[in-house]
Design a protein around this ligand. Structure first.
Ligand code: AHR
Length: 323
């Protein structure tokens, strides 16, 4: 009987080998369960960030509960409460705004679930409400945008440059820090004049609306457009052209993110400078979550390395951006 079974097993294995089938693997136990509340899908940065987190969770063997808050803080709060009820191992989220998280994060703390902030940060008096923040140095991004402009002003020898700013979501970290970093850097330069600053909410549609409004109000007084993300820049561009100006020549355009579509516009000369804001934060998040699960300490703040690209660079051999 035993001999018959052995022959049968050998035949089955042989058959599987010959037809190229792999023996069915038992699904592995996930390393941990991570609840992630994404704030929405407003830009190529955001879509790239969601994809990167999903890809990296798979690669690291982490079970991911992903929730899209569709631009609403209350949806993020509800998602965090669901993660607590589910008793996930780690909660991570990209806070749409900085204020208003204390109550729900205190609930996570009381449940003993560590919280990681991804991309943006929060304002709180209780530093223990989150363990780590992984995201760009937004202030440095504003500084890099201003440094490009100062270099350009030196080159073109202008005595005055009128700037309009299209800002990201009110009370969000990138909006506040990019604005501050930019203004602090141009503050000592008498040539720089901020004509206007408007809220474009990081949306392409709002970038177009803001640009129409700014052109109607200031017309050809505008020398420079500093836009807090590529999406708004790409909304503004057709409006500039419709009004009869050549973007990149009649008006200097400075943008932030560095997604594929915007980088091609930079290569084509319609945008003058793009400061990179990388959405690829997934690996650092997964490594941080694994350390937390293992009871190890993690870094309080982690900034990825970022650079700027401009019409001063050789842009011919750029790698595909992947977002
Ligand atoms: O928080 C990062 C910012 O959010 C990106 O620059 C912008 O595109 C996104 O919506």
């Amino acid at each position: 009987m035993k001999a018959k079974l052995r022959v049968l097993a050998a035949l089955l294995l042989c058959g599987a080998f010959l037809c190229g089938c792999q023996p069915k693997q038992q699904a592995a136990e996930p390393a941990l369960v991570l609840g992630f509340s994404q704030l929405g899908s407003e830009s190529s940065f955001r879509i790239g960030n969601t994809k990167d987190i999903e890809d990296k969770a798979r690669q690291y063997g982490i079970s991911l509960m992903m929730d899209d808050a569709n631009q609403k803080q209350e949806n993020q709060i509800n998602a965090i409460r669901r993660f607590i009820a589910y008793r996930v191992d780690v909660i991570a989220f990209s806070p749409i705004v900085e204020e208003g998280w204390d109550v729900v994060l205190a609930e996570a703390k009381n449940a003993g679930i560590p919280v990681v902030l991804v991309d943006r940060t929060i304002q709180t008096d209780d530093e223990q409400l989150y363990v780590s923040q992984i995201g760009a140095d937004f202030s440095r991004e504003g500084v890099m945008a201003a440094e490009y402009l100062i270099r350009k002003a030196n080159d073109i020898g202008r005595e005055r440059l009128n700037i309009v700013e299209i800002r990201g979501t009110e009370d969000s970290t990138p909006m506040k820090k990019r604005h501050e970093g930019f203004l602090d850097t141009i503050a000592g330069d008498q040539r720089m004049n901020l004509l206007d600053s408007v809220d474009g909410e990081f949306l392409r549609s709002r970038g177009a609306e803001c640009m129409r409004l700014l052109l109607a109000k200031w017309g050809d007084q505008i020398d420079v457009i500093f836009s807090h993300n590529d999406e708004m820049t790409m909304g503004a561009l057709p409006e500039i052209e419709k009004a009869g100006y050549v973007p990149g020549r009649d008006m200097i355009l400075i943008s932030i993110d560095g997604g594929q579509e915007a980088m091609e516009l930079l290569q084509g000369g319609k945008i003058n400078c793009i400061v990179e804001c990388t959405p690829k934060l997934g690996s650092i998040l997964m490594e941080t979550a694994l350390k937390l699960k293992a009871g190890e300490s993690v870094e309080r703040v982690i900034h990825p390395t970022e650079r700027s690209f401009s019409d001063y660079d050789d842009l011919s051999g750029l790698e595909p951006r992947g977002y």
